[in-house]
Ligand binder design. Sequence first.
Ligand SMILES: [Zn+2]
Length: 285
Amino acid sequence: MLKTDKINTSLTAIRSLRSSVSQVFEKLSCGDEATLQQQLQDHFNTITTNLRELESAVNTFSATGPFNLGNTSFLAQETSQERQILYSQLVNSYKWIDKIHDHSYLAHNVLTSNNLKRSCISKRGRIPPTISNANSIQHLESILKECTAQHNIICKVTRPFGSNGVIILNIGRVFKAAIICKGLVMEWVTIKGWDESLELEDLWTESRYQVFQKVQDHCHVAMLHFFSTTLPHVAVKCYMTYLHNYNKLFTDVCKKCGKHLSKGLPPTWRDLRNLEPYHEECWNG
Ligand SMILES: [Zn+2]
């Protein structure tokens, strides 16, 4: 049966039902009392028949639209008006989530095709499997073990926020760093001087030394640079190499001006491709 035929059948059924219901009211207003009961009985039987016809006509419309939300479609049959609104809100939310999925998929493709990003993969020529969050705790610790042994960094992982780890690192005798991770993804870094406290309550406060405030800013830039959703373990490894490079913060000279200090600060910026030291203004100039 064509969709237009189905609609016509349903509309006819609705008209018959309305007509039989209005006949009842007519009969009630001007009927003969003696035969009223019998007549009403007949009319109610007609109404029941018409209602069944309407129901069977409506059931021929299959709910195979793009937003078939299962049992939640019964929300549309709620009698209270407040709850009837819920269904349309639900469908709208579903549409938005669908759009977000599409956009995030596109964004992911664009971000992963960024060829300017430094990557250890191209050097090694093999792609390790993507790591899911389920085994990220053990994986993070094994990666850190490998990195810290390689660079001779003292490192400790604590989990004050449930499964999400905080990596506390000592970079030589230069500074302390706390990296806050979500699974394997690094989200924040705090740099503090050797004599400053780096407990849980200090994670979100800046160092009192200007040099470490500057280093923290640069570390955040590097964190974004190395960020990878598909290969977060590679990002952690690259970032550890980057941080380790700061162990000569106060002895390195700037690659551009050849001096130790500029405006009272050592070369705090690192070239993200080859990790060579630069003063911030020499790099920008
Ligand atoms: Zn310089």
